[in-house]
Design a protein around this ligand. Structure first.
Ligand code: ADP
Ligand code: MG
Length: 258
């Protein structure tokens, strides 16, 4: 099923993420062992790899939630690990991070869930400005009619959309999605994958998408990167990575195509 092909002009001169020789261990466990990655403005990159391979660890280092043991991470022109607290907070406002299990606030309705990060981070907004921003973000995810609902009254796919809307409210330049379709049925997953493309086109974001969904990797993403034993063997087009002569890569694709 090929519903969307990404169409955009990539300014290959402009790098929004550059990771060089990234290492990260937890005690005896060496998770990342020399990861390199360059993401250009407007690109969608899929990160694949089996569970526990370090995908979440990798994107957490991008926003300074985890400190690498070694290596350089440049995001939007800033060296993430050299930033002071305030500078890091400012950088994070330019990055939308859709966490693996990003929960909405159950006691708040959709409007409040979206308005909260906005009013926390941007001072002196008028009520009208907040309302407009909430409506715009809800429009982007196709759920304007759910503005007064509580999270408990939404489906899994709708909650995911509201979670994405909540990150869009700050108009991010980069989106990081950690398994956005985990736990969703195939149809809802396809809808979320389509939404990622729509968001990318509407907000002109660059995205790193951790996913096990090969349709997403193939159709939503410009290039894919597979974490194998703490490294990306190659960051390239879907077919280039699919055809790599590597036992673990072959196993991964064989298993996931069944
Ligand atoms: P995945 O590819 O499934 O997202 P993760 O990046 O979450 O994998 O984790 C990679 C490995 O690092 C796992 O073995 C995990 O248990 C370990 N790990 C992740 N975060 C921590 C942490 N904060 N402390 C100790 N170990 C961690
Ligand atoms: Mg993970």
């Amino acid at each position: 099923m090929e519903r969307h092909k990404v169409q955009h002009n990539i300014n290959t001169d402009e790098t929004v993420i550059k990771i060089n020789g990234l290492y990260k261990s937890f005690g005896e466990l060496d998770v990342l062992k020399g990861v390199d990655l360059t993401v250009h403005r407007g690109e969608n990159i899929a990160v694949l790899g089996k569970s526990g391979s370090g995908k979440s660890v990798l994107i957490k280092t991008l926003v300074g939630l985890l400190k690498p043991d070694k290596g350089e991470i440049m995001v939007l022109g800033k060296q993430v690990n050299k930033l002071h607290r305030k500078e890091l907070d400012e950088l994070r406002l330019r990055i939308g991070f859709s966490f693996q299990n990003s929960a909405l606030y159950d006691s708040m309705n959709v409007y409040q869930n979206l308005a909260f990060p906005l009013t926390m981070n941007v001072k002196n907004l008028s009520k009208k400005e907040v309302n407009n921003a909430v409506e715009e973000a809800l429009d982007a995810v196709g759920l304007k009619d759910k503005i007064k609902e509580l999270p408990a009254d939404l489906s899994g796919g709708q909650r995911k959309r509201i979670g994405i809307a909540r990150t869009l409210i700050l108009n991010p330049e980069i989106m990081l999605y950690d398994e956005p379709t985990a736990g969703l049925d195939p149809i809802t997953s396809t809808e979320i994958n389509d939404l990622i493309v729509e968001v990318q086109q509407r907000y002109k974001t660059s995205s790193v998408i951790i996913t096990h969904d090969l349709t997403c990797a193939k159709n939503t993403c410009d290039r894919i990167a597979m974490l194998v034993e703490g490294e990306f063997l190659k960051v390239g087009k879907f077919e280039e990575v699919l055809n790599l002569d590597n036992k673990q890569v072959k196993e991964f694709f064989n298993y996931n195509f069944i």
